[in-house]
Design a binder for this molecule. Sequence first.
Ligand code: 3PG
Length: 401
Amino acid sequence: IKTVKDVDVTSKKVLVRVDFNVPMGENGDIRDDTRIRVCLPTIRHLVDKRARVILCSHLDRPKGKIVESLRLAPVARRLSELLGKPVESLRECTGPAVEKAVSAMRDGDIVLLENLRFYPGEEKNDPGFARALARLADIYVNDAFSASHRAHASVVGITDYLPSVAGFLMEKELNILGKLLENPAKPFAAVIGGAKVSDKLEVLDNIVTRVSMFLLGGGMAATFLKSEGYRTGKSLVEDDKLQYVRDLSEKARSLDVGLFLPIDVVISETLDGSTPARTVAVSDIPDGWAIADIGPQTISNYIRELKKCKTVFWNGPMGVFEVPEFSKGTREIATAISNLDAVTVVGGGSTTEAVNSLGLADKITHISTGGGATLEFLSGKPLPGVTALAEASGRILARTG
Ligand code: 3PG
């Protein structure tokens, strides 16, 4: 894949797809700015080369509607602080006002378009929306590895209309994760938790052929527990996936892949810390209570297994770690992973936030910005954004010889 280094960007309008899908606090503050920081090398390179940098990103899932709390202005402010230079935040992605702002840009200027997912055309990969974005620029850069599992207009469609290259973050993720995909040292554990359960279930079916064991926590665990006949109270469960999960467990058994589930859990009637917490065996979850974290016996089981591993991939917190009472599982697993003598790769916004907040980032081999994207990549599935980029950057190669 060609990168920003392979094209002449001076005085060119360069549309850069980044993933600034950062965790936001209640009052609109950015809880963790890793996803902004990791894009700085590409942005700085473009500014140094005197390009006109038009950044675009999604934030959360507004589903094609304008949601005031999901505007990107706070992100532009943080980026500006990090760069020590103005970043103009636009209130739209396309249309006359944006075109005017872009045509007023000078070399080295930076603007950030509004949340792409305010537009229904983004997630539909609508060619009209992709073309409207493309009209703003001369060159497209994809530096959003973590959004490249989505066949959206700013990730896939756009590559039909502009010369397209990878940013430095994209290049780094593909290099490091590519090695993990080809030849991981075994035993290889995938530690999977977090809330986006249905997205992840699909890819576990592929990952099962590559790993030695799964250690499950977070929202993922409840669906597996229910599929095994446990009562899970009001824990979030993907009821329409129970048979799928049973088949997956069967496949793991037949491949001799360990499938570890919690044996005890921390539960509460609400997940915001406002009601008391209890630790119970997974067979004793009362109606009306929800799983909020893995319990102490589960933690020690998981740590015992992790110590056997040469490669560990972790995506998704073990519980509702933002609430102190429910953060122990995530903290202990993070600490254990950081102390391993193994290749350790952590992926995903919340998981990265957890590792950073514990000050453990330096002890992890690679912190991938991708959650779902990294999981899909490691399952061996081609990511639509990467495929589109590879094809489009090949076309540049063909043109330039
Ligand atoms: C992520 O947080 O993994 C990416 O930003 C993609 O977000 P999505 O799951 O809402 O598409």
